[in-house]
Design a protein around this ligand. Structure first.
Ligand code: SF4
Length: 764
């Protein structure tokens, strides 16, 4: 069909997105000025029936005591009550009551003039008439909609393939051939896609270097970032991140201000996160994986795959909320009629004279298939096709390897093997080169970096452990929730509250909310850990009474802006900052798990948690002029043990300013029974091994951290993500617990040896 034939003044188009774009392109190219309008099917239904929003869904769910998803189904079914006969049926009466309730609350938005408005225009649609509402709308418009039908031919070829692999490889080869003749990718369409084809298309189209666009966006809640935002929100943790994700999250939250009850609002927010899709940029100049419902245009090329039984056409069954019998009484078409119209729509499109290549397969990895029944109705010649590859050497290499494996392992010599061997040599069989190539800088700058970088202690540590690990982590964001993270968050939540006058341990534990679901084993373990945790809190509160630092800042969120063309922030949540009345401050960070304290790796930016916090405080607006007298970790370990032992474990571990007067203010009992590890004086004062620092050492820490952070920013900007894991001790490398051990291409030569005194004779 020629697009020009469809363009007429004073027309409303009820069409697919594909056709809408083609029409708009034509109008732009030809600079036409026309009175035309476009509606998608859902827009049309909203206008002719009614629109509704989240408030209506929420109200119906609460009134009817049903899930939000079911409430939405019920509201959509209310449309059958419009433009229909009145009937005496239980479900009908139930729906009627709900509709009256929503009308009373003004929650259904009508545009009753719209039908008359539409009648003033010519109406054109490329959609399948077999939609119950579209069919009814056409009746209301006195059958005014002109449904586009295509010119058809008597006989068509339908290609049969052994399996999905061969079918998609054939299509890829045909597409490559079209592209080779100069056809623009956007004029090539792959129709009738379903998820069973995704893996084949991803693999084969990539090997053929075919650009394609597949709209398979995730739901918001599938992304870890939204899980984290939701969990932070539940626990009252504010986030300083300024990203499109936080913007989306906050907008969703704001849209629910009509829900007064907090639990209900949280529940509805979760429902939205699980049902809204992530917005994805649509690429145009590539193969369009389009819907079937569109006209086929002249000079465009269509590949219709998977014409298999039970896959295409998918027939509607009588299993809706309102049965066929009820719909018939109401004056709506039944599934029988829907299926008849759908079949006609398919027959017309499949028999069209357009450039269309139709195929089906007999099996894939998981299923066997039959050809679709509709093939008999379109008078098709079944043509058996084999795989054909003239454009991808990589794909041939892959096939060759597969066939050679079969030959050497099972002595099976296929015709395919002989065929490929005439094209390529088998020299490279069983050899590989997986050495790491640098990240494509252009791709990185345009698609990955997104100009916003947040440097936290953990990302800083990761970067210095291995630049590549940081890259993978910031791209793949592999941070699955686990029992450990659940426990860490729960304990941090409680520790944040302990200095409140009305603090009650048990209430606090019960108040904590998380999306993480504990299994039975974890619940038992938690029940064992909680009393131990309660004891530890008692000790932490006793420590507070032993010093003169009485002002406590909890969960301090410090964020430094860095002057740069990128939006960079250095951020840190510090669990506790203790202040006295003399402008002195020290900080404490709670840790679950062992951490060895050392400044040995400061130059390499490793094990630098305390220096990182020093740096953060020193450079921050609120703490720059405070005199920092200490920086500590407080290790909260659980090994199910006696009270005495935990007492020792809770000592503050870190660095203290080496002045005994100042130390005595932090801990009045530092000489005998200090809660700070390693500062007990001997008869000559603080010993040489005391974990202290002086002014000069403090400046050195800040300067070194400054150099380390600047280097990281520079490397991140320039995509310097070398594989450079560190060898820390004889048997300790930064790869030890890395999540990416199985997928990175590290070689022995990549290791950077930063061992201190652990070099053995051979190393020397
Ligand atoms: S396994 Fe080692 S080399 Fe590979 S990413 Fe992790 S730290 Fe880097």
């Amino acid at each position: 069909m020629n697009i020009k034939d469809l363009i007429k003044d004073k027309t409303c188009y009820i069409v697919s997105n594909e056709l809408k774009e083609e029409i708009l392109n034509y109008i732009n190219d030809n600079k036409l000025l026309l009175d035309i309008h476009f509606f998608s099917l859902s827009e049309l239904i909203d206008k002719i029936y009614f629109k509704y929003d989240d408030k209506a869904v929420y109200k119906v769910a609460k009134e009817e005591n049903i899930s939000f998803g079911n409430a939405k189904i019920i509201i959509n079914n209310l449309r059958y009550l419009m433009y229909s006969n009145k009937i005496n049926n239980e479900k009908y009466i139930h729906l009627l009551n709900i509709k009256e309730y929503l009308d009373k609350e003004n929650l259904l938005i009508y545009d009753l003039e719209f039908i008359d408005y539409l009648k003033r225009y010519k109406l054109v649609s490329d959609l399948n008439k077999g939609n119950e509402f579209l069919f009814k709308i056409n009746e209301l418009l006195d059958q005014k909609i002109k449904f586009i039908t295509l010119d058809i031919k008597d006989n068509i070829d339908v290609y049969e393939f052994k399996d999905s692999e061969e079918e998609i490889a054939y299509v890829a080869n045909e597409i490559a051939s079209l592209l080779n003749t100069g056809i623009t990718p956007s004029k090539i369409h792959l129709l009738n896609f379903n998820d069973a084809y995704k893996a084949y298309i991803d693999k084969i189209f990539t090997l053929f270097n075919i650009p394609y666009y597949l709209d398979n966006s995730n739901f918001l809640y599938d992304l870890n970032v939204f899980k984290r935002l939701y969990s932070n929100y539940l626990n009252g943790i504010s986030t300083l991140e300024d990203t499109e994700y936080t913007y989306t999250f906050n907008s969703l939250l704001q849209s629910l201000s009509f829900i007064e009850n907090n639990d209900d609002r949280n529940e509805y927010l979760l429902y939205l996160l699980k049902n809204k899709k992530v917005k994805k940029e649509k690429y145009k100049n590539c193969i369009q994986i389009s819907s079937f419902e569109t006209v086929y245009l002249e000079n465009h090329y269509y590949f219709f795959i998977g014409l298999n039984n039970k896959v295409c056409p998918i027939l509607k069954k009588d299993e809706d909320y309102l049965s066929d019998k009820v719909k018939d009484e109401l004056g709506y078409i039944t599934s029988l009629k829907v299926n008849e119209l759908t079949r006609n729509y398919y027959i017309n499109h499949l028999s069209s004279t357009s450039n269309i290549c139709i195929s089906y397969r007999l099996k894939d990895f998981f299923n066997s298939y039959l050809k679709s029944d509709i093939i008999n109705e379109v008078k098709a010649n079944i043509v058996k096709r084999d795989l054909n590859n003239d454009y991808s050497k990589n794909y041939d290499m892959l096939r060759l390897t597969k066939e050679l494996d079969m030959y050497y392992k099972y002595d099976s010599k296929s015709n395919e093997l002989i065929d490929i061997l005439t094209k390529i040599k088998k020299d490279s069989y069983k050899s590989y080169n997986n050495s790491y190539k640098n990240i494509d800088n252009d791709y990185y700058q345009n698609n990955v970096i997104d100009k916003k970088i947040s440097i936290s202690y953990s990302s800083f540590q990761k970067f210095n452990e291995c630049n590549y690990k940081y890259y993978l982590d910031s791209i793949l964001k592999e941070n699955e929730d686990s029992f450990n993270t659940y426990l860490g968050s729960l304990f941090h939540y409680v520790l944040e509250q302990i200095y409140k006058d009305d603090f009650d341990f048990d209430n606090c534990i019960n108040e904590y909310k998380s999306e993480y679901i504990l299994n039975d084993k974890e619940q038992v373990l938690l029940n064992i850990l909680i009393p131990d945790f309660k004891n530890k809190i008692k000790i932490i509160k006793e420590q507070y009474n032993k010093g003169n630092y009485k002002i406590i800042k909890k969960e301090e969120n410090i964020s430094l802006k860095v002057k740069s063309d990128l939006l960079i922030r250095i951020t840190g949540f510090i669990d506790k900052i203790m202040l006295d009345d003399k402008n002195h401050a020290y900080l404490v960070d709670y840790k679950t798990g062992d951490t060895k304290l050392t400044l040995d790796y400061l130059d390499y930016g490793l094990k630098c948690q305390l220096p990182f916090y020093f740096y953060l405080l020193k450079k921050s607006e609120n703490y720059a002029n405070k005199f920092l007298v200490g920086c500590y970790l407080q290790i909260i370990n659980f090994k199910i043990r006696g009270y005495k032992e935990s007492d020792k474990e809770l000592l503050l571990e870190g660095l203290t300013y080496n002045n005994e007067n100042i130390i005595s203010e932090i801990d009045n009992y530092y000489q005998s029974d200090s809660f700070i590890k390693g500062i007990k004086p001997n008869k000559n004062g603080l010993g040489t091994y005391a974990k202290t620092f002086n002014d000069e050492e403090f400046e050195h820490i800040i300067d070194t951290m400054d150099t380390n952070i600047k280097k990281m920013i520079n490397d991140v900007r320039n995509a310097n993500f070398n594989i450079n894991p560190k060898m820390i001790k004889k048997k300790e490398t930064t790869c030890l617990y890395c999540n990416y051990k199985d997928i990175c291409y590290r070689k022995f030569k990549d290791y950077v040896d930063i061992r201190k005194d652990n070099k053995d004779e051979m190393d020397k």
